[in-house]
Design a protein around this ligand. Structure first.
Ligand code: ZN
Length: 452
């Protein structure tokens, strides 16, 4: 007979083996899903100018660059990246890069290279960067082909494209992307009407180009409605608001008459409170249009990318009044609302029209994603979750997806182990988060006119 200790160890060991096997089956299943990625900012290299992309250029366009900066390095300088040798660049950034080896930004970036380049190390080093850099330089000579190949290798079927840097562009590559109507300028420019004779910018320039004259709020709304129609014609699947980067997410309910008379004022004479009122009115107007045109409204909540900003602007609870006022709108809160993951989950539970997109949460903190998602599964039905990548280039989107699959599989395997879930339901949850929910809620077959 085995001593008790040995029996106990054998039992614990057996549990680990079972849990590992369950995890493996779920994770393998996730790799079979053709992923509908509900949020991306994919760029083409030429959008950055004449730079020859190498490894450091990819870091500079990634989230990891913020951690390197946070660790004390100067921001990535595109001219230096072009002109300095890899040794010189390592001397500039290597030490700070090494300090980021513990962060999720770092690990998900590594994962992208493991999947796409067969990179097998856990860390970037002076030596392996040299090898990777040569490959990046070579591959990026024909980025379009590489993108297509890597897109399928990663497991994507479709990406929603949010072009915040050129929000009026509706010409996109429909083979890989679905158009997102980015509405920040419609809101922010409503309090920024150009003075007579001054150069037209942003939405006013766009209006002028399209033959619209804007003299009052009604003209402005007419042009905004035209932009809605134009985006819908180009098969836009949703609206996106990332205003937390520049203002609070609390949008007061401002009457039309008040907004109209404030719009009459010279913009430079508006007080900040008055400017906010016009903008608040505009977002309410946009939500009403989103109901009319059946477009879900994606909203950035929580943590803000980059280094330095006003964190509480993006607190999810600030949206509560909108969720109450517009039960017919579909709201999609982004990023787990980190660090307010609890209130984010609570809002998803309270409102049938509030959906939760896990986009970016695993990259911000893998462990927070695991803990928060476990809580979310306790609170929120699983037909209300989506996943998005939120990256500039395919390598990082791949790492983001790999990370998210790891996180969701880990949480599900653990819940099976605790007797809270069966494996067949866990597999259904994977299908739902990474694909089916998006097809259903965004009505992709109807809007894009194709089968999924
Ligand atoms: Zn984004």
């Amino acid at each position: 007979m085995l001593p008790l200790l040995a029996l106990t160890l054998l039992f614990i060991n057996q549990c680990d083996v079972n849990e590992d096997a369950v995890y493996r089956r779920i994770r393998d299943h996730a790799d079979q899903v053709k992923v509908i990625n509900t949020h991306e900012h994919q760029h083409w290299p030429e959008e950055y100018g004449d730079h020859h992309f190498r490894f450091y250029h990819l870091i500079a366009t990634s989230y990891l660059s913020a951690d390197v900066s946070s660790a004390g390095a100067n921001g990535y300088d595109w001219n230096l990246m072009d002109s300095l040798s890899l040794d010189e660049l390592w001397n500039l950034y290597g030490k700070a890069l090494d300090y980021t080896r513990s962060t999720s930004y770092y690990s998900q970036f590594v994962k992208g290279f493991q999947k796409q380049y067969g990179f097998s190390d856990l860390y970037f080093t002076k030596n392996n960067i040299a090898e990777l850099s040569v490959r990046v330089e070579d591959i990026y000579k024909d980025y379009k082909s590489w993108f297509d190949e890597a897109f399928h290798r990663a497991g994507f079927e479709l990406m929603f494209l949010d072009q915040y840097w050129k929000p009026f562009n509706t010409q996109i590559d429909e083979k890989h992307f679905a158009l997102v109507f980015h509405i920040n300028p419609l809101v922010s420019e409503s309090s920024n009407k150009p003075e007579k004779g001054s150069e037209l910018k942003s939405i006013y320039k766009e209006a002028d180009n399209e033959g619209y004259e804007i003299n009052n709020l009604d003209d402005y709304l007419e042009f905004c409605d035209h932009l809605f129609k134009k985006n819908i014609e180009k098969k836009a699947v949703c609206v996106k608001n990332s205003q937390a980067y520049s203002r609070t997410l609390y949008y007061e309910d401002v009457p039309y008459e008040e907004a109209r008379s404030l719009y009459e004022k010279t913009s430079s004479r508006l007080t900040p409170a008055e400017a906010k009122k016009i903008e608040d009115f505009m977002f309410h107007w946009i939500i009403q249009k989103s109901i009319e045109y059946d477009l879900p409204v994606q909203i950035h909540t929580g943590y803000l990318a980059g280094n330095g900003n006003v964190l509480d602007n993006g607190q999810p609870i600030k949206l509560n009044n909108l969720f109450l006022k517009y039960p017919e709108a579909k709201f999609v809160m982004f990023h787990g609302g980190f660090p307010w993951t609890g209130e984010y989950a609570a809002l998803g539970k309270m409102f049938r029209n509030v959906y939760l997109d896990l986009v970016w949460l695993p990259q911000i903190s893998r462990q927070e994603a695991v803990s928060a998602l476990d809580v979310m599964f306790d609170c929120v039905p699983y037909n209300k979750f989506f996943w998005g990548g939120d990256c500039a280039f395919i390598e990082e989107s791949t790492g983001s997806l790999e990370f998210a699959k790891d996180v969701v599989s880990e949480v599900l395997a653990n819940r099976i182990e605790r007797g809270l879930l069966t494996e067949d339901v866990a597999l259904d949850i994977i299908d739902r988060i990474f694909r089916e929910n998006a097809i259903e809620v965004f009505k992709l077959e109807l809007k894009l006119g194709r089968k999924f």
